[in-house]
Every structure is written in structure tokens, then in C-alpha cells.
Design a protein around this ligand. Structure first.
Ligand code: ADP
Length: 785
């Protein structure tokens, strides 16, 4: 180190500032010691040593408070400001390190050392490389930071002197005094650049994190602001529209309703919880309306509403009679049922199930029971229900979820103890969405239904006070476990006589009342009613009959007003004017004895029917063709019958190989209606026999019965409906299996009187009664007897 390198200069401590070589800076000086230093410098060659003090707050720093490295600077300008302050403009010249303080008063004076010179060539490459790294780090830093003007970047990139790079960047970008000082203290240019590089990398990372945080915050603030803004707008709009901001008053309203609704504890808590959620929600939000719907459901349910039962049996009987003609057995069963329920003082026990064809009064007897008990009545059809959720509801997580139909019906009833009719439980089906029957089972089970839980409500509702009744057209398709819970009451179809009574005593007065007609304004003779029954309806029940009567009432009402008369008289001759051309001209059975046509009796879910069976035989190869939508059981039954005929071919006088040379076609008209069951066995066999033997079948005979291979006749079901159907069709002789004799008790005696009912055990007997003449073989057998 040569002596030249040592300088002695006055020292001025800088507060919060760092000056680098080549940098021009101005600052204000107020401290006496600093002014003295300035003055001393001005006397000499205007050079002064500027060093940062470690803590800018210290007013009167000692040697220890001042860094060791600073910048030798040239004073360019001094400006006296009011109040003993001087503004100084300086330019940094080069670094200096304090070797020794030579004076401390009235100003600091130091001896200092400047950086040693070095061989630029030697470090050129390294310098270039480090500079590049610094530059790229700096660029990245500038991009992230929006505080640095891009001009600096421009200056820096176009800078030719790599030695100065670090100083310029440090002076312009670094904030922390320590960082700047660190750069200043690095006398070696490579070390200086490396230090800067580290600092830049660190700062960039910090900036990245800062940016991330600020983005997040900004997003949140944006959202909140947006919502706030929209909500304010909404309020303004509502105000304009005269709708007060509703929310708080609505919450109050709900709160009041919840308090007054006398809810069970669980429901009360749930309702309050939901209400709290609602109150914290923006008015008009989608979620809000979901909660509102939910609260409405809870509040509208009759948690504690009950009607008081009228337990007077005589009253019940009176009401049942008032509403229904006949049905003696049914009424009796209902009264007994009510009596038992009264004695046991609860509604547990089997559920009544009314089974019968449409229109026989199943629904209306259920309504009467409700009326007799003074209970509300609700009806829910489960026909076609295939989804468990229809019974139990959808969970509220589904969009547009609603409670199941059970809860909906209870709400409709408005009491927790209505008479609840589950209609058409035989038409329920199940698929992948769950089995509605098992859900229904739970509803009907007295052991479980006090705690029925709907998926939507997520609350327990007590169904144990409900009186459930069910209806079905047939028992065949009711799921077994469901059937086991129920007490079945069959309601059979009506005879013409009964229908006549029902029409004149119940349906006509009822319809007249419904159409606002005075008592004597319509007269329909019994004969006319019969004609309506026979020519305009064809049913076991009276639903269509009621519809036709309603049609007559409608038209009569119009005539009463148009023609200004007091009475309308409906007669057989003007009936067509009211109801159009008769729909059914069946009187019905085939008029003449025909070959290959026999009349069977069938029992379908809509009641009894006559079924005409046609057979033709033709030369062929022994095919047996069956058409008319016959089920498997029916087809097998036809084959059994055919085998019986083959086994009797000798008696029937048929050639041994007839079955190989003849094709037989059995057809049952009205092909659109599927038919099945074994009970047409004897009818089909008869028709085939008739066709093969060319013997006509008597046209006034109808029959029903299953046939075995050996020609025995087995019993069948639905006898009453079948016999009524035969009677309706004008048949005079009915052949039934002997084993069905016991069922004859159910059949009204006036019908029995009009019909010749013959009971048979074998197919031979059927032939004897139904063929217009006997096959030779059979006739011979008879003679031998
Ligand atoms: P279902 O439910 O069996 O299909 P409904 O109960 O709907 O039949 O009966 C149809 C109409 O016939 C109702 O208006 C009902 O009042 C009437 N009805 C049925 N049977 C009788 C009856 N025995 N006495 C009086 N009206 C009857």
C-alpha cells in the first residue's frame, strides 16, 4: 500500500442514506458537527468522506456508531436553507475504508484507504459472467417489482463498465441499509457482484411470495366488494319497487311461526338452525330459497294436529249405509274392524285392503270410513311408483328435492291422524332406484311407523296415529310381505239389479246435486237405466255408469236452461240423443249354435268377462297354432286339452292319425288384451272337439274350468265375477267345476234363479252339456250305462 492510497478527509455521517461511487446525491445537513465537516472540506479540495451511520436515529453518533466503509465524494454545491440547514449536492468518487480517526471535534476527521488497483484483463471473463447472472436476476426482479422504473433497466443493460454495474443496481434498487452497505464494503468487483446476485435472488423470492399473497387478498376483496356492490344495488332496486328489504322482517316472521308451531324438539332445533343459516345469507340467494322451502315444509306439517275420533258404531253404520248400496259383507267387516280397534284403543293391527274391480266402490268406502270416524281423508296412488324416493323423498342435497309423497299427503291432510288410502298397491313396481314396497312396508308397520324418517325432512314424523287403508284390483301382484300385513276384503262386482239400485238411489241423486239440478228435474225410468247399464257400459263396477249419468245430467242441465222447462225425461227412445249410439250391442252371446266357437268366462283385473274362443281345423301336418296374446299357462292348458282329445279319438270317431294330418288353430279375439291362466281349459277343449267333429256348440252356454290330461275338471277362481259376466252377456247356462260349489253361496239368489248352473267333474260332461249333439262314441257309452 503506497502512501498515495492514504487520504485524510473530514467525515460526515449519513443518516439513512448510502452513497455509491459515480452517484450524484443531495441531502440536507443540520447537525453542527456535520456542518463543521462540510466547512472543513470546502476549505480544502471539497472532498469529503460520507459514511452511513449504523442507526439513523442516533443524533450524535460516536465512532462505534459509524460504518467503516464509505464513499469519498466531491461537494458540488451548497445551498443555505432557512433555519441553519444546508442542502448539499455531492458526487461519489470512490470507496474508502477508515484506517484511523484523527480528529473527533469539532468534526470527525479520518485517515482512509482506497481500493487497490488490479489487473482488469485478469478478471475480465469472470466479471462478464457474473455480470450476466446479476443482470438476468435483476431483470426478473424488475418484472416482479413494480417500484423500479424500466429506465433503470435500460441504463443497466446498456452499461459498458461491468465494474459499476453492482453499484448502480444497488443504489437504485436496494432498500435495506445493510444490503447497500454490504455492496459498498465489497472492494473486489467480483465479490461485489456475487453479493448483489445473492441479494437479488433473495429479494425476488420475497417479491414472488408477496405477489401471491396480494393476489389472493385482492381476489377476496374483489369478491366481497362485488357482492357488496350488487347487494346494495339490489336493495336500491327493491326500494324503488317498494319492496322493503324484507330479509329481517322475514326472519322475524319465521322465528314467530317456529315459536308458535308447537314443534317437537328435534324439529324445533332443526328449524332454528336452518333459520340462523338463512339470516346470515344474502336475500335472494339460491340457497336461501332452498332453506325457505324447507322451513315452510316443517312449519306446514301437522306435528300435533289431531281430530277427535267419533267412536259411535251406530253412527259409522249409518254413514256407511248412507253412502253405499249393498256391500253388506264389506260394511259388516268394516264395522267389526272399527269395533276391535276401539277395544284395543289403538290403530295397530292389520291394515284393511279392499280388493276388487275398478268402480266397485273401494275408494268411496274408504272415504266413508273417514267420514264416519270424523277423520280427514287423503288418497295417494302408488300405482306406477317405482322409486323409493317417491315414498321417502329425496335428500336435500339434490337440486329441487322435495319430501316423499307420504309426508306430502300428511301435509295435505293437515292432521296427523287422517284416514290414509294407498291406492293401487298392486300396481307398484320396483327397479334399480330402490324398492318402494319395502319403504311402504315400513310406513305400514305399526312397530316402526311412529318414527318415520323422510329423506328430505331428515326428521322423525310419527305416523302411528294414521289409519292406513289400501286398495288393489288383484292380489296376484302385491308383494308378499306387504300382503301379510293386510286384512283382505274382497269387493265383488255388481249385478244388473244392484247397479240399477245404485244408479237410482245413489248415482243419479249424487250427480244431479253435483250439477245443481233440482230434485224432480230429471226422470229416468228403470228400463232406461237398465239400457244404459247394458248398452253403454260393460264393467263390474259402476264407474262408467256414473260417467254416463253425469253426461246425461250435463246435457239435461243445458236443456233445462235453454228450453226453460222444469223436467227432463229420459226414455229408452231418446237415450241416444244424450249418450250417442249404444257402444255395446251384446245380447249378446252368439245367436246361433256354431262349429268351433265356445264361450268361456274369464276373470281379469277389471272384473269378469265372457271370452269367445274360436277354433278351425284344416288338413295339414299336425300343427297347433295359438293366437290372441295367450300366456304360457293358457297355451299349456290348450295342449293338455288337445292330448285329452287324442286319447279319446276312438270314442270321438276320429281316425288314429288325425293329429298328423290336421292343423288346428285356436284364436281368442280381442287380441290386444293379454290373457292367461288355466281356467279356459275346458272351453278351448270343447271348441277344438267341436271343430274336429263338426258338431256345433250350443250358443247359450258358457263355461269355466281347468282341464287335466285325463279330462278331469279342476276348480277356478273368481267364480262370482264370472257368473255375473255370463249373466250380463245373456247366457242362460253356465258350466262350472264341481269343486267350486262352495262359492255359489256368494252369488245373489236372483241371479242363481235366472241361470242354469251345472257342475261337472269331467270333460265328457262338458261335452254332454255344451255340444248340440253327442259324438257317436260318447252317446254309445251313455246308452250302455
Ligand atoms: P274404486 O275405488 O273401486 O275404483 P270408486 O270408489 O271410485 O271405485 O267408485 C266409483 C263410483 O261409484 C263412486 O262415485 C262411488 O260412490 C260409486 N259407488 C261404487 N259402489 C257403490 C255402492 N255400492 N253404492 C253407491 N255408490 C257406489
Amino acid at each position: 500500500m503506497s502512501n498515495d492510497d492514504i487520504k485524510r478527509l473530514p467525515l460526515l455521517p449519513l443518516r439513512g442514506l448510502t452513497i455509491f461511487p459515480y452517484m450524484v446525491l443531495h441531502f440536507d445537513v443540520g447537525r453542527a458537527k456535520s456542518i463543521a465537516a462540510l466547512e472543513a472540506a470546502m476549505i480544502e479540495n471539497q472532498e469529503i468522506f460520507l459514511v452511513t451511520q449504523k442507526d439513523s436515529k442516533i443524533e450524535d453518533p460516536t465512532i462505534d456508531d459509524i460504518y467503516e466503509v464509505g464513499t469519498i465524494s466531491k461537494i458540488k454545491q451548497l445551498l443555505k436553507l432557512p433555519g441553519d440547514t444546508i442542502r448539499v449536492l455531492v458526487e461519489g468518487l470512490e470507496r474508502g475504508r477508515i484506517l484511523e480517526y484523527t480528529k473527533e471535534d469539532p468534526y470527525f476527521e479520518v485517515e482512509l484507504m482506497t481500493p487497490a488497483a488490479y489487473d482488469k484483463k485478469e478478471i475480465e471473463l469472470q466479471l462478464e459472467a457474473t455480470s450476466r447472472s446479476v443482470l438476468s436476476a435483476f431483470e426478473k426482479y424488475v418484472k416482479l417489482s413494480n417500484k423500479i422504473s424500466p429506465e433503470i433497466l435500460l441504463t443497466v443493460t446498456t452499461l459498458e463498465d461491468n465494474e459499476r454495474l453492482a453499484d448502480i443496481i444497488a443504489a437504485n434498487t436496494l432498500v435495506k441499509i445493510e444490503d447497500k452497505q454490504c455492496i459498498l464494503e465489497s472492494f473486489d468487483p467480483i465479490v461485489r457482484l456475487e453479493s448483489l446476485y445473492e441479494i437479488l435472488i433473495r429479494e425476488t423470492e420475497i417479491l414472488e411470495i408477496e405477489n401471491k399473497i396480494s393476489m389472493r387478498v385482492k381476489k377476496q376483496i374483489d369478491k366481497v366488494q362485488r357482492e357488496y356492490y350488487l347487494r346494495e344495488q339490489l336493495k336500491a332496486i327493491q326500494k324503488e319497487l317498494g319492496e322493503s328489504d324484507g330479509n329481517s322482517s322475514e326472519i322475524e316472521e319465521y322465528r314467530k311461526r317456529i315459536e308458535e308451531a308447537n314443534l317437537p324438539e328435534e324439529a324445533y332445533e332443526k328449524a332454528n338452525k336452518e333459520l340462523d343459516r338463512l339470516s346470515s345469507m344474502a336475500p335472494g340467494s339460491a340457497e336461501g330459497s332452498v332453506i325457505r322451502t324447507y322451513l315452510d315444509w316443517i312449519l306446514d306439517l301437522p306435528w300435533n294436529n289431531e281430530t277427535v275420533d267419533n267412536l259411535d258404531l251406530a253412527n259409522a253404520e249409518r254413514i256407511l249405509n248412507e253412502d253405499h248400496y249393498g256391500m253388506e259383507m264389506v260394511k259388516e267387516r268394516v264395522i267389526e274392524y272399527l269395533a276391535v280397534r276401539q277395544l284395543t284403543k289403538n290403530m295397530k293391527g292389520p291394515i284393511l285392503c279392499f280388493v276388487g274391480a275398478p268402480g266397485v266402490g273401494k275408494t268411496s268406502i274408504a272415504k266413508s270410513i273417514a267420514r264416519a270416524l270424523n277423520r280427514k281423508f287423503v288418497r295417494m296412488s302408488v300405482g306406477g311408483v317405482r322409486d323409493e324416493a317417491e315414498i321417502r323423498g329425496h335428500r336435500r342435497t339434490y337440486v329441487g328435492a322435495i319430501p316423499g309423497r307420504i309426508i306430502a299427503s300428511i301435509k295435505q291432510a293437515g292432521t296427523k291422524n287422517p284416514v290414509f288410502l294407498l291406492d293401487e298397491i298392486d300396481k307398484m313396481s320396483s327397479d334399480f332406484r330402490g324398492d318402494p314396497a319395502s319403504a311402504l312396508l315400513e310406513v305400514l308397520d305399526a312397530e316402526q311407523n311412529y318414527a318415520f324418517r323422510d329423506h328430505y325432512l331428515e326428521l322423525v314424523f310419527d305416523l302411528s296415529k294414521v289409519m292406513f287403508l289400501t286398495t288393489a284390483n288383484t292380489l296376484d301382484t302385491i308383494p308378499r310381505p306387504l300382503l301379510d300385513r293386510m286384512e283382505v276384503i274382497h269387493i265383488s262386482g255388481y249385478t244388473e239389479e244392484e247397479k240399477l239400485n245404485i244408479a237410482s238411489k245413489y248415482l243419479i241423486p249424487k250427480q244431479m246435486k253435483e250439477h245443481g239440478m233440482a230434485d224432480n228435474s230429471l226422470s229416468i225410468s228403470d228400463k232406461t237405466i237398465r239400457s244404459i247399464i247394458n248398452h253403454y257400459t260393460r264393467e263390474s263396477g259402476v264407474r262408467n255408469l256414473e260417467r254416463q249419468i253425469a253426461a246425461i245430467c250435463r246435457k239435461s242441465a243445458r236443456i233445462l236452461i235453454d228450453k226453460k222447462t222444469d223436467t227432463v225425461r229420459i226414455t229408452e227412445s231418446n237415450l241416444e240423443k244424450y249418450l250417442g249410439i249404444p257402444r255395446y250391442r251384446y245380447n249378446k252371446a252368439e245367436q246361433n249354435d256354431e262349429i268351433g266357437i265356445a264361450t268361456g268366462l274369464a276373470w281379469t283385473s277389471v272384473g269378469g268377462e265372457t271370452l269367445s274362443i274360436e277354433v278351425v281345423s284344416m288338413p295339414g301336418t299336425g300343427k297347433l297354432v295359438l293366437t290372441g296374446q295367450l300366456g304360457d299357462v293358457m297355451k299349456e292348458s290348450a295342449r293338455a286339452g288337445f292330448s285329452y282329445i287324442r286319447s279319446r279319438s276312438k270314442e270321438f270317431g276320429l281316425p288314429d292319425d288325425f293329429h298328423e294330418k290336421t292343423d288346428i288353430h285356436i284364436h281368442i279375439p280381442e287380441g290386444a288384451i293379454p290373457k292367461d291362466g288355466p281356467s279356459a281349459g275346458i272351453t278351448m277343449t270343447l271348441a277344438v272337439t267341436s271343430a274336429l267333429l263338426d258338431i256345433p256348440v250350443k250358443s247359450n252356454v258358457a263355461m269355466t274350468g281347468e282341464i287335466t290330461l285325463r279330462g278331469r275338471v279342476l276348480p277356478i277362481g273368481g267364480l262370482k265375477e264370472k257368473i255375473l259376466a255370463a249373466h250380463r252377456a245373456g247366457i242362460t247356462k253356465v258350466i262350472i267345476p264341481k269343486s267350486n260349489e262352495k262359492d255359489l253361496a256368494d252369488i245373489p239368489s236372483n241371479i242363481k234363479k235366472k241361470l242354469d248352473i251345472v257342475m261337472v267333474e269331467t270333460m265328457d260332461e262338458v261335452l254332454r252339456h255344451a255340444l248340440s249333439r253327442l259324438p257317436v262314441g260318447i252317446a254309445d257309452e251313455d246308452k250302455k250305462r
